[in-house]
Design a binder for this molecule. Structure first.
Ligand code: ATP
Length: 392
């Protein structure tokens, strides 16, 4: 009954709120073509430890896909298997319907960029970028032109004769990127390429990589544990959890309609509030909400996930309705405030609410103050009930 509730809710939620979500444009036209890359039931065991289990995934030409998940969930192992640097224990990998599971890394012609730039310290920038081109038996002229073009693309024209030690971390990673794309790889694989860089350089390179990827139409998979990176860069995100895929979708879809509690908690902040369903009504504390069109829920206990920016906060005297609570904490986070409100009627842990700086400046909520929380059912996502949540 519980699984049925959640399953039916997920499909209902899609029809309710996701009609405005646009998928990757490159994938739209390619829906009937064979996938650019297809993984079927990929498994990986290291001795008795299962690192990956039942991985099914299709990637379309030109897509930018992020593997997102916490440390140890198996994202690098999956990328290494795609690269041919690691052999899966079971399952197949196909490129345009051709099984490449047995091909060596070199035979796959994929470009790889790791977190550590791994440039050759004794070679100049020019020689580093040209390195992969020499194996292609190109004339010196062609190599020269290609290197120039690539250095222009990564905005390093003029640094040809410098050595890696004369460059900043961000510049070195741009050289490594130019080197990875120099041989025109079929697929670009990026393993946490930005995590060793400071925040500002990371944001700049994030944009640069995405711009380049679009310009070249280069199908790309990037591993990251940084949700912001995945949300801002990817056409689609693959959220991984303990060796399995929990959800695949466009960033907005993953954020708005997480399909599991893990995804709800890992991508963005999530509040879980206890409620009870009766027919087309949901009771949360003293409030009754109608279910939205498309939400077909089974009667009984349910947990409701609400994002912090979807709860309105007012003074108790300002309106009626809503649910009363008490401010436990007010955190200033630059462009917004994060307020924690306790309410035994809703949850055993404080409800997190994000307020714009303007709202907090105007209403000036203080620790210890009584407040009213107002919910909107169009922002609810439903999950099977757990014991640790209070019911209305
Ligand atoms: P991180 O972000 O920390 O790199 P990850 O999600 O990329 O994490 P993987 O590096 O893919 O995770 O590792 C997945 C699991 O497999 C981990 O528990 C890791 O310890 C294990 N593992 C990876 N490589 C090996 C190996 N060669 N031998 C044994 N276990 C391994």
């Amino acid at each position: 009954m519980i699984a049925d509730t959640v399953e039916r809710t997920a499909s209902g939620a899609d029809s309710r709120d996701l009609h405005s979500v646009s998928g990757p444009s490159s994938a739209d036209g390619a829906r009937n073509a064979p996938s650019f890359l297809s993984l079927k039931n990929v498994n990986k065991a290291f001795g008795a430890f299962t690192a990956l289990e039942g991985i099914d995934l299709d990637i379309q030409e030109g897509e930018f896909v992020c593997f997102l998940g916490p440390s140890g969930c198996g994202k690098s192992t999956l990328l290494r298997i795609i690269a041919g640097l690691e052999q899966q224990t079971a399952g197949t990998i196909s490129h345009r319907d051709r099984d490449i599971s047995g091909d060596s890394a070199a035979a796959r012609h994929f470009g790889i960029l790791f977190q550590s730039y791994a440039l050759f310290p004794n070679l100049t920038v020019r020689e580093n970028v040209a390195y992969g081109l020499h194996n292609q038996k190109l004339s010196a002229d062609v190599i020269d032109r290609r290197v120039k073009e690539l250095l222009q693309l990564v905005e390093l024209t003029g640094s040809e004769q410098k050595y890696p030690r004369q460059l900043s971390g961000g510049q070195q990673q741009r050289v490594a990127l130019a080197r990875a794309i120099a041989p025109s790889p079929k697929l670009l694989l990026l393993d946490e390429p930005l995590s060793a860089l400071d925040a500002k350089v990371r944001v700049y390179l994030r944009e640069k990589i995405r711009e380049l990827q679009k310009q070249l139409g280069l199908t790309t998979i990037m591993v990251t544990h940084d949700q912001e990176e995945a949300l801002t860069m990817a056409d689609r995100i693959v959220v991984m959890n303990q060796g399995r895929i929990d959800q695949v979708g466009a960033p907005i879809e993953i954020y708005k309609r997480p399909s599991t509690r893990f995804v709800a908690n890992f991508v963005g902040k999530a509040n879980f509030i206890g409620g009870n369903v009766s027919g087309t009504l949901i009771q949360i504390a003293q409030n009754t909400f109608p279910t939205m069109e498309g939400d077909k829920l089974s009667d009984g206990a349910i947990d409701i996930c609400v994002r912090p920016e979807h709860i309105q906060l007012t003074s108790p005297g300002a309106t009626s309705g809503g649910t009363l609570g008490r401010v436990e904490k007010v955190e200033f986070l630059g462009s917004f405030y994060r307020v924690a409100v306790s309410s035994d009627a809703l949850s055993k842990t404080p409800i997190i609410i994000d307020l714009s700086a303007g709202t907090q400046n105007e209403l000036s909520f203080q620790v210890g103050e009584a407040v009213r929380m107002i919910f909107s059912p169009q922002h609810f996502t439903y999950f099977a009930a757990e014991q640790n949540v209070e019911r209305g």
